[in-house]
Ligand binder design. Structure first.
Ligand code: GAR
Length: 193
């Protein structure tokens, strides 16, 4: 079985889109793949409940008690590895990762970032696109490498920035596209894993 472990920090709408696509498209039968666990670094992440309702293991590893980023990432890797993942999917996981963690899952860890990379890595991407006068915003699915919000691009979607748009309006428009491109990019990758 190609186990998928999804990491979240909040709403988990991308995670939910991936879980629903896996069910709808029969990833188990087609690719021998299954979403095995959802892990959040925030105990109050809304997405955890959805995962539990779907019968998926939903785990919390709160980063706050850990003395260092390295210590948290080591504990996180130990938790992830219990589920023997073929693929680790970052879906709104709002943590900077240590090089050791990235190296451990090199080639089998994906992220979605709410900008048209390589433009606007980091935070507040839609506000920055607005301020730069961009006509388009978007999202990027990419392999995770040592450099933050970098790495080989697997999929992108662009949406127009409309007159009078707020960052929130753009975020909502982009998010609906994220829900399409992330499951699709994963489904395209699974046969190659
Ligand atoms: C998404 O827009 C995702 O692209 C972004 O957080 C949101 C999570 O929403 N990710 C990042 O900013 C990563 N740096 P979700 O929890 O509803 O999927």
């Amino acid at each position: 079985m190609k186990n998928i472990v999804i990491l979240i920090s909040g709403g988990g709408s991308n995670m939910a889109a991936i879980v629903r696509a896996a069910q709808r498209e029969h990833w188990g039968r087609l690719y021998g793949a299954e979403v095995k666990a959802v892990i959040s670094n925030r105990p109050d992440a809304k997405g955890l409940q959805f995962a539990r309702e779907q019968g998926i293991a939903a785990e919390v590893l709160d980063h706050k008690p850990f003395a260092s980023r390295e210590a948290f990432d080591e504990a996180l890797a130990a938790l992830i590895d219990r589920f023997e993942p073929a693929l680790v999917v970052l879906a709104g996981f709002m943590r900077i990762l240590t090089p050791a963690f990235v190296a451990r899952y090199q080639g089998r860890m994906l992220n979605i970032h709410p900008s048209l990379l390589p433009a606007f890595p980091g935070l507040h991407t839609h506000q920055r696109a607005l301020e730069a006068g961009c006509r388009f915003a978007g999202a990027t699915v990419h392999q995770v490498t040592a450099e933050l919000d970098f790495g080989p691009i697997l999929a992108q979607a662009a949406v127009p920035i409309l007159p009078g748009d707020s960052a929130d309006a753009i975020a909502a428009r982009v998010l609906t596209q994220e829900h399409l491109i992330y499951p699709r990019a994963i489904a395209e990758l699974l046969p190659k894993l």
